[in-house]
Design a protein around this ligand. Structure first.
Ligand code: ZN
Ligand code: ZN
Length: 158
């Protein structure tokens, strides 16, 4: 990093530092909560402005999935993203050479572009939400069975 071209204030350094510690792509408000532990007097506006500054400089990534809130990513490695449509969590998807090569070839064939960068945002249901949905499905079945049994008992009584 060239500190000469990018002025790093104490606040900016702390924000960058906190952001690079996590992998959950926090919103500005979540970063504010993290930074406040070390710098209690910092304001949300300052955090937001610095996050915008850092993303404009390319030091961090700014993610906005669909109409969702802006999230920030301090992971410097080349990677893509998976977004859960149920809970909104964003996970990293490591870059896979073969996949990128195939996509780049396809984009060249279809669009005639020589691709220099690729960023994938995949949408779906995360493992935790899938498990919850499975569980809900099971509970519904159990409720149906219980209800069925009590009705059977009532009918026997009659
Ligand atoms: Zn989820
Ligand atoms: Zn990421």
């Amino acid at each position: 990093m060239h500190t000469g071209t990018l002025r790093m204030t104490k606040q900016r350094l702390l924000i960058l530092d906190e952001l690079m510690k996590v992998r959950n792509h926090p919103t500005a408000y979540e970063v504010y909560g993290m930074v406040k532990r070390t710098m209690p007097q910092i304001s949300l506006g300052t955090v937001y402005r610095n996050l915008e500054f850092l993303s404009n400089c390319g030091r961090i990534q700014r993610l906005s999935f669909g109409s969702g809130k802006r999230r920030y990513d301090g992971n410097p490695d080349n990677h893509h993203h998976l977004c859960c449509m149920a809970c909104g969590r964003v996970d990293d998807l490591p870059a896979v050479m073969q996949m990128e090569d195939a996509l780049n070839r396809m984009l060249d064939e279809i669009g005639g572009y020589q691709v220099k960068g690729l960023s994938i945002e995949a949408y779906g249901i995360c493992p935790a939400c899938r498990e919850m949905q499975d569980q809900e499905g099971k509970n519904k079945t159990i409720r149906r069975e219980l209800w069925g049994n009590s009705r059977a008992r009532r009918q026997r009584r009659i």
